[in-house]
Design a protein around this ligand. Structure first.
Ligand code: BES
Ligand code: ZN
Ligand code: MG
Length: 488
C-alpha cells in the first residue's frame, strides 16, 4: 500500500474519506457546497453522531465526483492525541482494503497540523501488518491501493518528514515478526544470523558465541542456556550516525530468551506457548536499530541483545547452583525461571564496561508481576536517574508506547541477599518486578539507566486498527522517539 501526501484531490475520484468532528465539517477545505449538502443530508438521515472513530459511508450520486464518501468522526473533544491520529490512520487502511479502492483523505483543521498528519500516515502503514507466513491459505486482505492525504500547502515537506515515520514502522514490523516467530524457527543461533543480515542497512553487527562469552566470564548468561541444544549468543549492533564526533554512544540492551520453559523450575503447561515471545526486549532493540539505520539517525547508538533458550535437561542449571558473573559478583540460583535477569546481568555489565555509554536502557519481558501491576496497557520503568526517566516518560506519551515509573529502594534490595552468594535471583515477599529491577541495578555502576519491563506490553495488548497481531512491537517507537527528540 502506498501512503502519500498531496496538495489536491485526485483526478480519478474513487473514495473520499473525511476525518472531522461535527462542528468543523462545513469548513472542510476542498469540498463544494453541493457535495456538502448531500453529505449533510446523509448525516441527518443516518443520525450520525461523529463519535470518535465512528464511520458513516455514503454511496454518492456521481455528481459528487467520488463514488463513495466515508466520514470518520472525531468525537466531542476538539483535541486529538497523536495516538488517536495513529488509530485514524489505521481505520483508513481498513477502509482501503474493505472498499478495495484508492482513497483521498481530507481532515478538519483540528488535526491538520503536520505532526497529526504524519501520524495518520504512520497509523495507516502500521495497520498493513500481518503475520500469516504459516497459514497455507493466506488472508485475502490486500493493500494494493493508494491512500493520499490531502494537505493544502506543505505536502512536499510532509512527504520528506514522512520518511522518518516509515522507517519506524519498518522497525516495528521487524520487532513484531521476531516476536511472532516460533522458537523452533527462531532459536538463538538463527536469530543471531537474522540480525547479521541487518548489516545491509549499514549497521555493524558483531556476534559473541559461547566460547567468547566464557572468556569474558559471562557465566550468568551462559548458565541459562546450558540446557539448550543451541549455542547462546550475545549480539552487538552498532549505528554510527555521527561519524565525525567522538560522543558517548546511547546504549540499548534487550532480553532475548527465544523460549522460556522455566528450565528445571519448569513452568505450568497452560499458556507456556506464549513464552516464544520472551525475546520481546531484544526484538524492540533490533527493531529500533533497523529504524535508526533506515532513517540515518544522527546519533551513535549501540544495541546489545543476549540470546538464549531456557530449557530443562540433564545439563541444565539447577536451583541451588551458584554462578559467577562478568562483574565478579556471584549469584545463587533459587529459581531457574527467573532467567531474564541472569542474561541481563552480564549483558548490562558488558555494555557499560566496553562502551562507557551516555546512558543504558534495557528492555525485557522480565516479570509476570508487572502484568499484575499495570496489565497490558503500560510498561513499568525503573531508574537510577530522574532526568532520563522523565525523558522516557515523555517519549512514551508522544509515541503511544506508554510507560509508568515504579520505585527502586534499598529496602527492596535486601530481599535479594543470599546466605551463600552475593545475591539470589528471586526475592520473597511480593514486589516481584521491583526486586527484579533491584537485581539488575547491582550490575549497573554510575551510568544513567532505565529498566523497562515489557512483559505485559510486548504481546497480548488489546487489538486495534493499528495492530491486529499478537506481538505489538512495543518499544521501537518509544525508543526512536527518545533518540530523535532528545539526542539528535
Ligand atoms: N519470562 C518470564 C516473565 C513473563 C511472564 C513474561 C509472563 C511474559 C509474560 C520470566 O522469565 C519469569 O518466568 N519470571 C518469573 C520470575 C519468578 C520466578 C521470580 C515470574 O514472573 O513468575
Ligand atoms: Zn523469561
Ligand atoms: Mg523465566
Amino acid at each position: 500500500m502506498k501512503v502519500s501526501f498531496v496538495n489536491k484531490l485526485s483526478e480519478k475520484k474513487e473514495t473520499l474519506v473525511i476525518v472531522s468532528d461535527k462542528s468543523s465539517m462545513p469548513k472542510i477545505a476542498g469540498l463544494g457546497q453541493k457535495t456538502l449538502n448531500s453529505i449533510n443530508l446523509a448525516i441527518k438521515n443516518e443520525n450520525f453522531k461523529f463519535n470518535k472513530l465512528q464511520t458513516l459511508e455514503i454511496i454518492s450520486s456521481d455528481k459528487l465526483g467520488y463514488s463513495k464518501i466515508i466520514i470518520i468522526g472525531l468525537g466531542e473533544d476538539p483535541s486529538v492525541s497523536l495516538r488517536e491520529s495513529d488509530l485514524i490512520g489505521g481505520k483508513i487502511t481498513q477502509l482501503n482494503s474493505k472498499t478495495n479502492s484508492n482513497i483521498d483523505v481530507l481532515v478538519s483543521k483540528n488535526i491538520s497540523n503536520d505532526e497529526s498528519m504524519l501520524r495518520i500516515g504512520y497509523g495507516s502503514i502500521l495497520a498493513t501488518y500481518k503475520f500469516d507466513k504459516y497459514k497455507s491459505k493466506k488472508s485475502k486482505t490486500n493493500f494494493s491501493k493508494t491512500i493520499k492525504l490531502v494537505s493544502n500547502k506543505n505536502s512536499r515537506s510532509l512527504s520528506k518528514k514522512f520518511n522518518h515515520n516509515k522507517s519506524v514502522a519498518q522497525g516495528v514490523f521487524l520487532a513484531r515478526d521476531l516476536v511472532n516467530e516460533p522458537s523452533n524457527i527462531l532459536n538463538p543461533e538463527d536469530y543471531a544470523k537474522r540480525i547479521k543480515g541487518l548489516s545491509k542497512y549499514g549497521l555493524k553487527v558483531e556476534v559473541l558465541n559461547e566460547v567468547k562469552m566464557k572468556k569474558l566470564g559471562m557465566d550468568s548468561l551462559l548458565g541459562v542456556g546450558r540446557g539448550s541444544q543451541y549455542d547462546s549468543q550475545l549480539v552487538i549492533i552498532k549505528w554510527d550516525g555521527l561519524k565525525t564526533k567522538k560522543t558517548k554512544p546511547l546504549c540499548f540492551v534487550g532480553k532475548g530468551v527465544c523460549f522460556d520453559s522455566g528450565g528445571i523450575s519448569l513452568k505450568p503447561g497452560n499458556k507456556m506457548e506464549e513464552m516464544i515471545g520472551d525475546m520481546g526486549g531484544s526484538a524492540a532493540v533490533v527493531g529500533l536499530m533497523k529504524s535508526l539505520a533506515l532513517r540515518k539517525a544522527k546519533a551513535n547508538v549501540v544495541g546489545i541483545v543476549g540470546l538464549v533458550e531456557n530449557m530443562p535437561d540433564g545439563t541444565a542449571q539447577k536451583p541451588g547452583d551458584i554462578v559467577n558473573t562478568m562483574s565478579g559478583q556471584t549469584i545463587e540460583i533459587q529459581n531457574t525461571d527467573a532467567e531474564g535477569r541472569l542474561v541481563l546481568a552480564d549483558a548490562l555489565w558488558y555494555a557499560q564496561d566496553r562502551f562507557k555509554p551516555e546512558f543504558m536502557i534495557d528492555l525485557a519481558t522480565l516479570t509476570g508481576a508487572i502484568v499484575m501491576s499495570l496489565g497490558n496497557k503500560m510498561a513499568g520503568i525503573f531508574s537510577n536517574n530522574d532526568s532520563l526517566s522523565d525523558k522516557l516518560f515523555i517519549a512514551g506519551e508522544e509515541s503511544g508506547d506508554l510507560v509508568w515509573r515504579l520505585p527502586l529502594s534499598s529496602s527492596y534490595d535486601k530481599m535479594i541477599n543470599s546466605q551463600f552468594a552475593d545475591m539470589k535471583n528471586i526475592g520473597m515477599g511480593g514486589a516481584g518486578s521491583i526486586t527484579a529491577a533491584q537485581f539488575l541495578k547491582r550490575f549497573v555502576n554510575k551510568v544513567p539507566w532505565v529498566h523497562v519491563d515489557i512483559a505485559g506490553t510486548a504481546t497480548g495488548m488489546e487489538k486495534n486498527s493499528i495492530n491486529t497481531s499478537w506481538a505489538t512491537g512495543f518499544g521501537v517507537h518509544l525508543l526512536d522517539t527518545l533518540v530523535s527528540k532528545f539526542y539528535e
